[in-house]
Design a protein around this ligand. Structure first.
Ligand code: SAH
Length: 399
């Protein structure tokens, strides 16, 4: 087995079971280790620490498969996939996820001890995203295992996330197993239908992580004039309407997303006449609305990732503060702000501070009535806190 020998003291994170080894922690590595090959991680005094996948092009040079001295092979990966599936099954029982949606995350990479592999289940179709050299090395085996362990027959690959570049991997999109009659795939969530574009939608097609938060929006929306910023394909918009909103204005910069959002409203028994869709930049439009003295009872802010890592946190903080400050101004007294950050580089405590700063500068009195996070099919390993990325707050502006 090829090996990487760590610098003295750099085994500490592995002893806490964190799965990443950065290039700077490595003292010496065997030559000619291939992309994604399995390597042993040894301490400076040659003690076995873990077995990992090798990423020669990435700062994250190795990701742990196992802390045991055991073979990493098809049967090893089968155990990991079984464990991930077993972890979802309690969520699917009773009043759980199973009755709320036919689509959920089946495998969430490091959080499920399968670094680099994301698998989302949309009805009978699996959408696979391979993000690292290690998951790419084992991709065909993983695909076979996924079919064997789920009994399904179709896997569509959406390995086109930017992070692949850091691993020296080209984007890949296409059928991996089975066949698809259409790239537009219908799913149900909380008794609403959504068409998901598996081929060109964001991530694997739909923001499954916001499932429970969409339901909360539905519960808060009755009789409200709602502004859904960064609406994508209308997840929050449809739920606000289903919850009895008086009107919903949805803004996104993507014409394609808005077209699908309109289609999604029409798919359901919802009042399309209460909706308005605006293609544009949220930062600019919120300013314009402020200048026009417009106001809303409920504002949803679900922007894209401003800070993938902590290094961009400061710039991201300015972006979050800007839109939240404007939203507090546009909210009527007694109004509700539902605000999110999916930036890994901004943690929940920092996000709350940013929102407090926004309220202060907007000159409003507001309270947090609920803390939100990613849905439970996107679990967070206690050893890998980086798996927690989505945080949200429901705030009341004082009446
Ligand atoms: N709330 C959505 C997901 C939002 S994803 C859901 O639950 O499904 C973020 C969205 O922001 C994307 O659709 C993207 O097109 C849009 N976007 C990114 N930058 C934008 C900007 N400056 N103004 C408006 N929309 C933007």
């Amino acid at each position: 087995m090829p090996a990487l020998i760590l610098k003295p003291g750099r085994e500490k994170s592995l002893l806490r079971r964190h799965p990443w080894i950065f290039s700077g922690a490595i003292q010496h590595g065997d030559k000619d280790i291939g992309l994604g090959e399995t390597v042993d991680l040894l301490s400076s005094n040659q003690q076995f620490l873990a077995r990992a996948s090798y990423s020669p092009n990435s700062q994250i040079r190795a990701r742990v498969w196992t802390f045991e001295d055991e073979p990493v092979d098809k049967e090893f990966l089968r155990k990991r996939i079984r464990a991930a599936i077993a972890g979802r099954s309690p969520l699917l029982k009773g009043e759980g996820l199973g009755v709320r949606s036919n689509s959920y995350r089946l495998i969430y990479a490091e959080s499920d001890n399968i670094p680099g592999l994301i698998v989302d289940r949309y009805g009978e179709v699996l959408v696979l995203q391979s993000l690292t050299a290690g998951s790419e090395f084992w991709k065909e085996t993983l695909a076979d295992l996924l079919l064997e362990e789920t009994g399904l027959s179709t896997i569509y690959e959406r390995s086109d996330a930017d992070v692949r570049e850091l691993e020296g991997l080209e984007p890949k999109i296409g059928i991996l197993r089975g066949a698809l009659s259409s790239f537009i795939f219908p799913i149900t969530e909380h008794n609403l239908k959504f068409n998901v574009n598996l081929e060109s939608g964001h991530k694997t097609g739909f923001y499954l992580d916001q499932r429970e938060n969409r339901r909360r929006v539905r519960e808060f929306a009755k009789d409200k004039d709602v502004l859904d910023c960064f609406s994508y394909t209308g997840g929050f918009t449809a739920n606000a309407l289903a919850g009895g909103a008086k009107s919903v204005l949805s803004i996104d910069s993507s014409a394609e997303a808005l077209a699908l959002a309109k289609e999604n409203i029409a798919l359901n028994d919802l009042s399309i006449e209460k909706t308005n869709f605006l293609e544009g930049d949220v930062f600019q439009l919120l300013r314009k609305f402020r200048d026009e003295n417009r106001s809303f009872d409920m504002i949803i802010l679900d922007p894209p990732k401003f800070a993938p890592t902590a290094a961009q946190a400061e710039k991201a903080a300015r972006g979050y503060k800007d839109i939240n400050l404007l939203a507090f101004k546009l909210l009527r007294s007694g109004g509700v702000l539902v605000t999110f950050s999916c930036s890994g580089g901004v943690d929940a405590a920092l996000f709350q501070k940013i929102i407090a700063g926004a309220a202060l500068d907007a000159g409003v009195e507001a309270q947090i009535v609920e803390h939100l996070s990613q849905a439970s099919d996107h679990p967070v390993s206690l050893y890998f806190p980086e798996g927690a990325y989505l945080k949200g707050l429901i705030c009341y502006k004082a009446a």
